[in-house]
Design a protein around this ligand. Structure first.
Ligand code: FAD
Length: 305
């Protein structure tokens, strides 16, 4: 119930305005978000890479409503990638892009062109792009855009959400050589006929999808903080005789940092999703919806101000 309320609030412009200007916003930003500027993102990236972790950086923004706003997001990514090229982290620091931020809802062709510019800049910087997966209504369009981008940039990463009833089928279609696929549970509200709604069903689907990805020829990216699923991923990697370099774990910045370091210490590859920017509201609300304890954390920081 609380999850539904928070996910509904994550799409509300009025609530967004009230929360972004509220005094506790800084505490929320600090917990889950690198900061508001490129410098903040680069500083966190340098620290994580120095500790043996890899990163994927998200220039925050979503649900763009006009072409100028989409262009500003593209410019933001181009600046970020320029700075990443100079920092020389190579593929250890890639970027994650939300197609809704570069105009997907306005015009699919415009989103393809914008995403293609970001992919080209990433290639020039010696790194890659992963296309985040958003609301269930955008899945087919995102997979079409992915296929289009992979013609010139086959290294472009995909995301499949295990809560989708068709997740296993999507994974099978993407388990080919060179195909980078992030598997996550799914962070958006979705109706019953499209998505599983119970944790048990979503977790079982996650396991089925992992089996398909590990058995295939692609590069699985297991994005979860769930201890049971992380353990199963490790067992599947052994079963399929996968070298540590042939798959990776992914987790969000600020969530289970000790586990990120434990896995790295065991020789696994771990990538941390590092968001930065001013438009942190939707992202932060989804983190609250995942775990009520995070909401308590924010309220506590408000009370102790
Ligand atoms: P859960 O069942 O939510 O949690 C399992 C355990 O993990 C919990 O018991 C707790 O110990 C820990 N945990 C989980 N979440 C939190 C939290 N917020 N704070 C503290 N502890 C927590 N979703 C999309 O829809 N599209 C995407 O493109 C996308 N990209 C992602 C990229 C990465 C790298 C990651 C890690 C997640 C991404 N997600 C994305 C979000 C994902 O779909 C889930 O909503 C989120 O990861 C929580 O699910 P979980 O697998 O961690 O399992």
């Amino acid at each position: 119930m609380l999850r539904q309320v928070l996910l509904a609030a994550s799409r509300s412009g009025g609530v967004r305005h009230a929360v972004e200007s509220a005094p506790f916003s800084r505490g929320m930003v600090r917990r889950f978000i690198a900061g508001e500027t490129v410098d903040d993102a680069l500083q966190v990236t340098r620290r994580l890479v120095g500790e043996g972790l890899n990163v994927t950086i998200d220039h925050l923004g979503e649900d763009t409503t006009d072409a100028a706003q989409a262009e500003a997001v593209v410019e933001g990514y181009l600046t970020l990638l320029d700075r990443l090229a100079a920092a020389g982290h190579g593929p250890r620091a890639e970027v994650s892009v939300k197609l809704s931020a570069v105009g997907q809802a306005l015009d699919e062709d415009m989103a393809v062109d914008n995403a293609r510019r970001i992919c080209a800049a990433a290639k020039a910087a010696g790194t890659t792009v992963t296309l985040d997966m958003e609301d269930h209504t955008t899945v087919e369009s995102t997979l079409r855009i992915l296929a289009e981008l992979r013609r010139d940039h086959p290294e472009t990463g995909a995301v499949i959400q295990s809560y989708l009833r068709r997740a296993e089928e999507y994974c099978a279609g993407l388990a080919y050589e060179g195909s980078r696929v992030r598997l996550c549970k799914g962070a958006y509200a979705a109706p019953d006929d499209v998505a599983y709604t119970s944790k048990a069903e979503i977790d079982r689907s996650y396991v089925r999808c992992m089996k398909v990805l590990f058995a295939g020829e692609g590069y699985p990216m297991l994005a979860t903080h769930d201890p049971r699923l992380i353990e199963i991923a490790g067992a599947l990697a052994v079963f399929h005789d996968r070298a540590p370099s042939s798959f990776e774990y992914q987790m969000l910045y600020g969530i289970r940092p000790a586990e990120q370091r434990r896995l790295t210490g065991l020789g696994a590859q771990v990538r941390v999703y590092v968001p930065y920017g001013r438009e942190w509201y939707g992202y932060a609300m989804r983190r609250m919806a995942e775990r009520p304890a995070n909401l308590a954390f924010v309220l506590r920081s408000l009370a102790t101000r």
